[in-house]
Structures are given as C-alpha cells and as structure tokens.
Design a protein around this ligand. Structure first.
Ligand SMILES: [Fe+2]
Length: 270
C-alpha cells in the first residue's frame, strides 16, 4: 500500500487559478494523485487569500490549503479560517490565534498529519515562536495518532529550509519548503525516510518574477518607489512535487513536477 500526495507551489493570483482550472484535474489523473496540498496565501492578487478564492481552489481539486506570513492579510480570513478546517496556518503563530496549525487527514486508509510552520528570517511584520521547537513538539504530539506526518515549512531562506529538513529527517515522511516561489533542484529522500525540497515553486506564470510581471518589479528596483505588482499571464505552469509514502509512513519517492497548463501572454476575458 502507498499513497501519492501532490504538494503544489504557491498559487499566485488569477493566473495561478487559471493554471489549476487548466491542468489540475488532468495532472491528478495522469499521475495517480490521492491528495493535493497547495500553498494558497498568494491566491488573491499575490497578497493573501480571501474566502471566495479559498473556496474556489478547494472546488478546483485542492484538498488542503497551507498559508504563511500572509495568512491574515485579507480581513475576512481572520474569521473564515476558524470555520474552514481545510485551511492550515503556521502552527507557530501565537497560541489561540484564529485557525489551526495542523490537521490529520485520512488518505487511502492512512492517517496523515500535516503541520505548517513559518520561518523567522525576513518577515519583519511577524514574530513567531521558534519553528524548530514547534516542529519537535508537534511531531511528538501527532506521532501516536498518525501513520505519517508531512511538514510544510514556509521560509524565506534556503538555509532555514535545509536545516528544518535535516532537523525532522527520519521522523516525518516529507518536509516541503514554500514561500520563495522558485522550484529548487534538490528534491531527495533523507535518512531513507523523509522526502524534502527547499522550495516547491509556484502555480502561475513561469516567465515572471514570482508570478508577477517583470516590468513593474524592475521599475521598483530602479526607482525605489513603491508600486503595485501586476499578475503575469506568460507560460502558466503547475509546479510542485509528488511524494509517495509507503504503508510504513516512509517516503518511497519524490518527483518534481512542472506541468505546463496553458501558454498565453494575454489576460483571459473575465
Ligand atoms: Fe509567503
């Protein structure tokens, strides 16, 4: 017995949603995916996740949404996250914050625990508890109730991600990095147990700056004048990894996915 979990990279804005519409169903069928986890904190124009967008991506085939430092950017999410148990926010937010930091899901007869944590570098507006200690405590707590555990670590430096991977290696089935929206080439299995990747990329435009038009990002760096990022529609891809977990709760395989959903440089009629 084994199960296959697709961890999609951060969904960026309307192009990211379009990529899901175009490709997720086919990708799931073709690759025999049992469960889909996606980082959704950029689904509303790249900055946060609104209630309707959360419901929309769940309807499009995502089973569990993870978030990061933008969890509460959309005010309505502060309330919605309490009632929607298919959204998991970082567990190292202050105790008692709205939402939940972990969830146990039944997949193919296995109880799989999902933990989301946020890194501490380069998030000047969030000051969360030590994610490494939180990981340790949660893995211990969930160990007896689950057949396998997956950690999603939302951090801005590769050093933090790799450190977390080695910290939890041997104790969990997967440690998947998110946030930078750049798919890394280091997917591997550590200690014969734990599938890891530093960052699982993005769902949205592959020819862009993190899903946004390069022009406006360049302009901001040239002038230092704050401006809005604009969504890019060039070469839409679903990026992520598929992790196969065997019946003993160990990772049997990790495969990097770049699924070209559509190729367009034009915004579709809304
Ligand atoms: Fe983020």
């Amino acid at each position: 017995m084994s199960i296959r979990i697709l961890f999609l990279g951060e969904i960026v804005g309307r192009p990211g949603i379009q990529a899901l519409k175009d490709g997720l169903k086919k990708l799931k069928e073709q690759r025999k995916v049992d469960f889909v986890v996606a980082n959704g904190e950029g689904v509303t124009s790249g900055f946060g996740i609104g209630k309707n967008h959360a419901l929309q991506i769940l309807k499009l085939g995502v089973d569990l949404i993870t978030t990061g430092e933008k969890t509460y950017f959309k005010k309505e999410m502060v309330e919605h996250i309490v009632t929607n148990n298919r959204i998991v926010r970082p567990a190292n937010y202050p105790a008692g914050n709205p939402g939940r930091g972990f969830r146990i899901c039944e997949i193919g007869g296995m109880k799989v625990g999902f933990i989301t944590l946020l890194g501490t570098s380069d998030f000047p507006r969030t000051h969360l508890a030590n994610p490494y200690l939180a990981a340790q405590a949660l893995i211990e707590k969930m160990g007896t109730e689950t057949d396998a555990i997956c950690v999603q670590f939302h951090a801005s430096t590769s050093a933090e991600e790799q450190t977390m991977a080695h910290h939890v290696a041997g104790k969990v089935a997967a440690m998947i990095g998110t946030h930078t929206k750049v798919l890394t080439a280091d997917g591997r299995i550590l200690n014969g147990n734990t599938a890891m990747i530093t960052d699982n990329g993005r769902c949205g435009s592959a020819v862009s700056v993190g899903g946004f038009e390069a022009k406006s990002e360049i302009e901001r760096f040239l002038t230092q004048i704050p401006s809005r990022s604009s969504e890019s529609w060039g070469m839409l891809e679903l990026q992520g990894v598929i992790v196969e977990i065997d019946g003993s709760g160990k990772a049997a395989d990790i495969e990097t996915i770049r699924y070209v959903a559509a190729t367009t440089s034009e915004k579709p009629a809304s």
